[in-house]
Design a protein around this ligand. Sequence first.
Ligand code: DX5
Ligand code: ZN
Length: 225
Amino acid sequence: MRPAPIIAPSILAADFAHLADEVRAIEGAADWVHVDVMDNHFVPNLTIGLPVVKSLRAATDIPFDVHLMITEPERWAPGYAEAGAYNVTFHAEACDDPVHLAKTLRAAGAKAGLAIDRDTPVEPYLELLPYVDTVLIMTIKAGFGGQSFLPEMLGKVRDVRRRIKVKDLEVRLEVDGGIAADTIEQAAAAGADAFVAGTAVYGAQDPAEAIRRLRGLAAEAPQSA
Ligand code: DX5
Ligand code: ZN
């Protein structure tokens, strides 16, 4: 049986002037908080870096799911693990030696995650699954919140789920981008068991309630994969 779905609201859709309050508003409802770090190089957008993440870390007990959309993750990712992130995900496209970086992150006390962007096939990375704790399949092009979910990315989710199953691995399979009440079931049915949601949570009147609804939908989706 698959573990209970993880819901990870993305702070990208929150009010950055009140980040700590925005994160506290989902305590007790969210499993992880998804922290999108963008460097204006790997993606055109720019968000926050380590000093802000450190301050935020001290403001809440919710585990941090840090999504690094940056170049040179070898240089920066370990700092997030040392700052107490629960999971640190870096992009396959930005990293020459993902296995080495995953080992470094684990040694620093974090889970290690590998992200695959929209235009990157997943096949070359399936062999790396035993070395990571999470795989994040982008269901949009990384860089901006509020984009529409791309159902054609679900083939990658199915491929990763199949490999996890065949090799009996303990890897969380996360999807990121356009996840909402009308898309989460198909992602869960394809094999995802962790769901990032920015707009669908922070754009809702009651973010905590939106999280509970998403979790219920994910849990009820048929698990064919
Ligand atoms: C975009 C980020 C996502 C983003 C998702 O590159 O990685 O985490 O915040 O936002 P929504 O849920 O609005 O698509
Ligand atoms: Zn993200």
